[in-house]
Ligand binder design. Structure first.
Ligand SMILES: [Zn+2]
Length: 335
């Protein structure tokens, strides 16, 4: 099969093409697995963290990619629910303990980091970790729901937001633009405030229904009950704490933060940013429950991800565009 493969950890400032197109043996499913012929795979910021070594794959070479949609083309003999031809998706969780806390289990294995992922023609996965894709979505639309959407759904749950309470989103890319649509459905009386560096991205947020959009350094016109941070940096975290009301919660939805501006953490003031029961929480991975709950909800709304498609062999170009930021919506590869 054709696959875009990561051979070594590199700094993308020095190496603009970290992935190489390779021919690999077709994977075969074990008795509990299905094999999926991949149709599309989303491009996620976590791939940059893998390539640059912030969450390095334990073994190289590896096929990246953890937001894939495709068609079951072979099934193991103990597979009971899925059949050949079924359209399914796979997210960041490739396998784990199966329990409600499997996202933080030591048995957690990530698709496209610990095992080969979706920047390839085929992938194998246990049937519990492959999810039927609702018919309302095209392949391309469904891909970003599997990571950006499902992790965003988990982040929103962790905010503890109630209908009517104002929410902030700092960073407005693949995940946040889905969360905004989810909030408008689940919490119709909650106002959403968006913080983003890029003016075009702020305009996009307003079009999707944000009541206000400012820079990541700005003060919102009111204090917020909760904020979800999807930026790769630290300054927006400190600035977000200034926008939280007493008792408010910041949820950081990122697997790794980049170190470029970590000195900003020294500006975190106990009195100004944390006192009055403000708290910071993180999101770790997803469970299969999160993805299985989120997909039908996304179909009922229905969430419409904004997607730009690239060819598999142009994966490096998509990754570079993501690295530069100012991304409107999500990016996917057509395999
Ligand atoms: Zn992801």
């Amino acid at each position: 099969m054709r696959a875009m493969v990561l051979l070594r950890i590199v700094d993308m400032k020095e190496c603009a093409a970290p992935l190489e197109l390779r021919e690999l043996p077709d994977p075969q499913p074990n008795e509990n697995e299905v094999r999926i012929r991949v149709a599309v795979c989303g491009v996620c910021h976590t791939e940059l963290d893998e390539i640059e070594g912030r969450t390095p794959p334990p073994n190289l070479p590896i096929v990246l990619g953890h937001e894939l949609v495709g068609y079951v083309d072979r099934i193991g003999r103990r597979v009971t629910k899925l059949r050949e031809g079924d359209r399914v998706g796979v997210g960041w969780i490739h396998s784990s303990s199966g329990g409600r806390d499997e996202n933080v289990s030591p048995r957690f294995r990530a698709t496209g980091r610990d095992v080969n992922g979706g920047y390839a023609e085929y992938i194998t996965v246990g049937e519990q970790y492959a999810y039927p894709i609702p018919n309302v979505f095209s392949d391309v639309e469904a891909a970003p729901l599997l990571c950006a959407g499902a992790v965003g759904y988990r982040a929103l749950k962790l905010t503890g937001l109630k209908n009517g309470e104002p929410l902030g989103l700092t960073g407005f890319g693949g995940s946040a633009h889905i969360v905004l649509q989810l909030v408008r459905h689940q919490f119709p009386d909650s106002q959403v405030y968006v913080f983003a560096r890029d003016a075009a991205v702020r305009e996009f947020a307003l079009q999707l229904g944000a009541v206000w959009a400012g820079d990541t350094e700005d003060r919102a016109p009111q204090q917020l009950h909760a904020i979800i941070d999807t930026t790769p940096a630290w300054k927006p975290v400190v600035k977000a704490m200034e926008n939280l009301r007493p008792g408010g919660r910041l949820v950081i939805n990122a697997i790794r933060k980049e170190d470029v501006d970590r000195e900003w953490l020294l500006k975190l003031s106990y009195h100004d940013h944390l006192w009055m029961e403000r708290e910071i929480k993180t999101v770790a991975n997803v469970t299969h429950f999160d993805i299985a709950e989120f997909l039908p909800l996304a179909a009922a709304i229905p969430i419409r991800p904004q997607v730009t498609a690239y060819r598999l062999e142009d994966a490096n170009e998509a990754l570079l565009a993501l690295k530069r930021g100012a991304v409107r919506g999500a990016k996917v590869l057509r395999i």
